[in-house]
Design a protein around this ligand. Structure first.
Ligand code: NAP
Length: 232
């Protein structure tokens, strides 16, 4: 995929998504930045001149289709980058349905709904769908049940989609980062009752490098799964 591709990105306002958006913007690609609400969209538009925005709360996937039907959407989509996510730790004995539902909505059902929405354009462009998963999408530790379930589900979504869309020329990648220095990781440390030192964890820029590698790979090859662990 050459320059001037159009990327739809969720989670571009923070952490890994912000690192990816900065890199793609710097090289002149077209960005469609998803935001939870109009205020956040305005901030993103100011930060990324030339980018367009798309508003919809991922916590309410039932309403996304309606929300998108009232906004102008890109004609062309080369990559759909699912990077937004939420986490809430706690033992199964204490997690409420509300906490479960919030993580499943943002981390799993909204990515499915966004994918459904953009698949026609992705098929036309021979595009790429990339999901930022997590080590917790492959292993579930104590206190991580709801988040891990959402990310295990996201693995299933990506794997099924890859089989379904292979013959349509749409590539599908899951990236499984370990702990990465971002506001999400600061929250995890707070919930674990641990001191947070960002220098201990992966730099979001490094995760962004792996994401760009996957989407920039020529069409003869597809990175299916990419595990990224802290290097020290
Ligand atoms: N950090 C880690 O250690 C780590 C490890 C493995 C995997 N991951 C995964 O990596 C991805 C990015 O995480 P991060 O560490 O960069 O987290 P982050 O800094 O907390 O950023 C999360 C992003 O998701 C967006 N978001 C959350 N809820 C949303 C909603 N309801 N509607 C729309 N957007 C919403 C946030 O929007 P606002 O900017 O508006 O808040 C933010 O831009 C997530 O999928 C996460 O699960 C992270």
């Amino acid at each position: 995929m050459a320059g001037m591709a159009t990327h739809v990105i969720t989670g571009a306002g923070s952490g890994i998504g912000a690192a990816v958006a900065r890199r793609l913007h710097a090289r002149g690609d077209e960005l469609v930045l998803h935001a939870r609400d109009a205020g956040r969209a305005k901030e993103l538009a100011a930060e990324y001149p030339g980018a367009s925005t798309l508003v919809g709360d991922l916590a309410d996937p039932d309403k996304l289709s309606w929300a998108f039907s009232h906004q102008s959407l890109p004609d062309r989509v080369d990559t759909l980058l699912h990077i937004a996510g939420v986490v809430d730790l706690g033992p199964v004995g204490e997690l409420t349905p509300k906490t479960w539902r919030h993580q499943l909505n943002v981390n799993l059902i909204a990515p499915a709904e966004l994918t459904r929405h953009f698949l026609p354009q992705l098929r036309l462009s021979g595009g790429h769908v990339l999901f930022v998963n997590s080590g917790a999408g492959l292993r579930a530790s104590a206190d991580w049940s709801a988040y891990a379930a959402s990310k295990h589900g996201l693995k299933a979504l990506a794997d099924s989609l890859r089989h379904e869309e292979h013959d349509n020329g749409v590539r599908v990648t899951s990236v499984y980062p370990g702990r990465t220095a971002s506001p999400m990781q600061a929250k995890v440390h707070q919930q674990e009752g641990k001191q947070y030192d960002p220098a201990q964890w992966i730099d979001p820029e490094s995760v962004a490098t792996t994401i760009l590698m996957a989407i920039d790979l020529p069409g003869d090859a597809e990175v299916n799964d990419l595990t990224v662990r802290p290097g020290r």
